[in-house]
Ligand binder design. Structure first.
Ligand SMILES: Nc1ncnc2c1ncn2[C@@H]1O[C@H](COP(=O)(O)OP(=O)(O)OP(=O)(O)O)[C@@H](O)[C@H]1O
Ligand SMILES: [Mg+2]
Length: 112
């Protein structure tokens, strides 16, 4: 299993969610976050306006997937989230050892 953490522009959330549903992603967690990339302290566009700030609002999506689904999900996110401007965000992948569905104790892929 792999955990995908994707930080995206807030304006791309609906499109990214739809693209992920289309490739079969079921469970996910969406978090409102603030962050900066390598342009810290420089101007960046947010909702069509230019700002000079340290931390901009972003959306972080977290999902744990069976490995077979990971590349499809990464492609769905990049295609739906890309505007081509700085600040489009980033995707981080990490290994997950196990998962447990609390309702019935299912483990591993079956718990996703
Ligand atoms: N190395 C990182 N670790 C954790 N979060 C990061 C990292 N880089 C970026 N982020 C998160 O992603 C958001 C968007 O980053 P951003 O797309 O600006 O990255 P960048 O490296 O500056 O690329 P670009 O040059 O395309 O803007 C940041 O606001 C931050 O929340
Ligand atoms: Mg940046």
């Amino acid at each position: 299993m792999t955990k995908i953490e994707a930080v995206i522009q807030t304006s791309r959330l609906d499109a990214v969610k739809a693209a992920l549903h289309d490739v079969g992603v079921e469970g996910m967690t969406v978090i409102e976050v603030r962050g900066h990339g390598r342009q810290k302290g420089h101007t960046e566009f947010y909702r069509g306006r230019e700002y000079t700030v340290d931390l901009l609002p972003k959306i972080k999506l977290e999902m744990v997937l069976a490995d077979a689904l990971v590349e499809k999900a990464v492609h769905a996110i990049t295609e739906a989230a890309r505007t081509g401007k700085i600040g489009d965000g980033k995707i981080f992948l990490s290994r997950v050892d196990d998962a447990i569905r609390i309702r019935n104790d299912e483990r591993g892929d079956a718990a996703l």
